[in-house]
Every structure is written in C-alpha cells, then in structure tokens.
Ligand binder design. Structure first.
Ligand code: ES4
Ligand code: ZN
Length: 326
C-alpha cells in the first residue's frame, strides 16, 4: 500500500528495543535444541499461542523464560544479528538497544559472554549493514539496588562499549527512587541515563526518573499528559519519550490503537518517537509500529516524518550525524 511504501521510505532510528525481546520463536527453538535446554512449549506454534498478555508482568514471565536458552557468545551474537538484519530490511539506520545483563548473570552466564556476542553482532551490523548503534545496559528494577551495583561493577571493564544505563522490568512497586544511588554512580562513570517510567506506573514515577535519577530520555512515558506541569517541563527541556505503540496495545496499557495518545503528545510539542520494545512478542518491528499507529490515528506524512526526525533528535548520535537526517 501507499502508506507502507511511505513508511519503508523513511530512514528511521530505533531507541527502545530490548534485544531479549527480539528473540523470535524459531531462533529460540533452534538455540534451545543446540544447547540441549528444554522449552516449556512443544512447538513454535504452541509458544506463539502463549503470547497473549493482560499486563506487563504476564509478558515479563514469558520473556524471562525465553531468555534462559541463551548461554554462549554465539547465542547472543545470533540474537543480535537476527534483529539487525530484520530492521535493516525496514530502513532502520541507527539503533540504541537494551540488554538485561542480570537476566543472564543470575543464571551463571558471565557478563563478558553476553556483551561479547552482542558487541560482535553490532560491529558486523555497522560494517556490513551501515547501521550505527549505541548499547544500553538496563538494570532490572524488581531486583535490589545492591544487585544493580554489582552489575555496574561487572560492566566497568567493558565501559567503552556501553553508552548508557536504563531501568526496566516490573514497574509498579519499584519506583525510580529505589535506584537513586546506582544511577548517580553510573552517571559518574560517564554513562547516559534512561529509565522506563509511566508505562503502567503513575506520572509520579516520571517525575522521580527526571528529578531523582536525572535521566536524559524517558522510555514509554505514556502517562505524561496527566500532569500539565510535567508537559511544560518535557517541552522546555526537550526530553524525548520513546513510545512503543504495539507494546502498549499488547500489554493492555491501551485497549485499542485508536486510544493511543501519541498524536496529542506530538501536537503538544513533546519529542515523541516510535519504537518496537519487544518486537518478537508484540507482533511487529519498526515498520509495523509506524503502520498500525498511522492507520489507527490517521497520521499524515508530516506526522510520520516528524516522528522519524524526532528519533534522530532524541538519539545519542553526534550533532553532525543528526543533522544529516533532520
Ligand atoms: C519491557 Cl515493555 C517492557 N517494560 C518494562 N520492562 C521491559 N523489559 C522488556 N520489555
Ligand atoms: Zn521497554
């Protein structure tokens, strides 16, 4: 269709993507088999049938199960490379991707195994697919701040490969305030800071992420329109939101795509971006997120181009690279 062609034609960034959430069932079964790890599901189709979620936690339970088959450097390489080739076909030219080290180190997979596999694939993507990248290490918020501190320590030998730290997993009951010290320590190490906030949690969590964690960018942030003062601040500081429309639909943050507030957020002048979050679980990569949003909310080409420009604006690319796309 014409809309699909327009979306395909726009060079895009992806700023909110969990590598473990790009784990397609087919690859999961392949890796499970070669690593001799049993999966709780009989087939790819049986697994796909389980991908029906009423909330974030129901998703996370399955997401952590899937990640358990990742053991060797080659597994993390294959996971990352599959993601890069997929988004390359969708005209994504820059990615800033999350990985969750604790999901793996907790199971005895060494930090270096995880990051070596990811880094090799990212470098290959830069060389062969011309995709530039940043890497973000995300702390799991359902675990303790002490645990996050241990992860920060383990990351330090690889500091030059890691651009930022994030905060993800179960939001409600695990406010940003739980992680003030480790975010401060991370900033001292030179990492950029982001955090999931206001996805399922209240607008107060967005305030905490900004005021207490001093983050540079908000992951999700759907609830921001609940507070006019916050909206004013986001506009003034040009703080970007990495919204994930299909994720919001699949996790019942919204009931219908028509209910998504992204147009209102954009029209208020906030730097809103579209991203895929966990594309293997939520039914679509970047183009599908743009397409479903555009279709439901009747976005015009100006909106679509603004969203893509916002992605470059909100990225951590150097100014001269941003300007090529803005
Ligand atoms: C996540 Cl959608 C979402 N929210 C919070 N944490 C996550 N980890 C992976 N996907
Ligand atoms: Zn996310």
């Amino acid at each position: 269709s014409e809309l699909k062609n327009i979306i395909q034609g726009i060079p895009k960034t992806e700023l909110h993507l969990h590598l473990e959430g790009s784990f397609e069932p087919e690859l999961m079964f392949e890796i499970a088999k070669r690593n001799n790890i049993p999966l709780d599901y009989e087939s790819v189709n049986a697994l796909k049938k389980a991908y029906k979620f009423n909330n974030l936690q129901e998703f996370l339970d399955i997401y952590y199960l899937g990640a358990k088959v990742l053991i060797y450097e080659q597994d993390f390489f294959d996971l990352t490379w599959a993601y890069l080739t997929k988004v390359h076909s969708q005209n994504v030219v820059h990615v800033e991707v999350f990985f969750d080290p604790q999901t793996h180190t907790e199971r005895g997979v060494p930090f270096n195994v995880v990051i070596n596999g990811i880094k090799k694939a990212l470098e290959k993507g830069k060389e062969e697919l011309n995709i530039s990248y940043k890497l973000i290490m995300s702390y799991l918020r359902h675990l303790s701040e002490d645990d996050a501190f241990k992860t920060l320590e383990e990351a330090l030998p690889f500091k030059h490969w890691i651009d930022g730290v994030g905060l993800d997993s179960s939001e409600v009951g695990n406010p940003p305030s739980k992680f003030i010290n480790v975010f401060e320590a991370s900033a001292k190490q030179g990492f950029k800071l982001v955090a999931h906030a206001g996805e399922e949690g209240p607008v107060e969590y967005i305030w905490e992420a900004l005021d207490l964690l001093k983050i540079d960018r908000i992951d999700h942030g759907n609830r921001c329109l609940d507070d006019d003062k916050l909206v004013q601040k986001l506009i003034q500081d040009k703080t970007a939101l990495t919204l994930c429309p299909l994720s919001n639909l699949e996790l019942k943050v919204i009931q219908n795509m028509e209910d998504h507030n992204i147009v209102e957020i954009l029209d208020r002048g906030i730097v809103a971006t579209i991203n895929s979050d966990d594309p293997a679980y939520f039914g679509g990569y970047m183009n599908e997120n743009y397409y479903e949003t555009a279709k439901a909310l009747k976005l015009n080409t100006t909106h679509l181009k603004q969203l893509a420009i916002n992605g470059f604006e909100a990225s951590w690319l150097p100014l001269e690279d941003k300007e090529k796309h803005i």
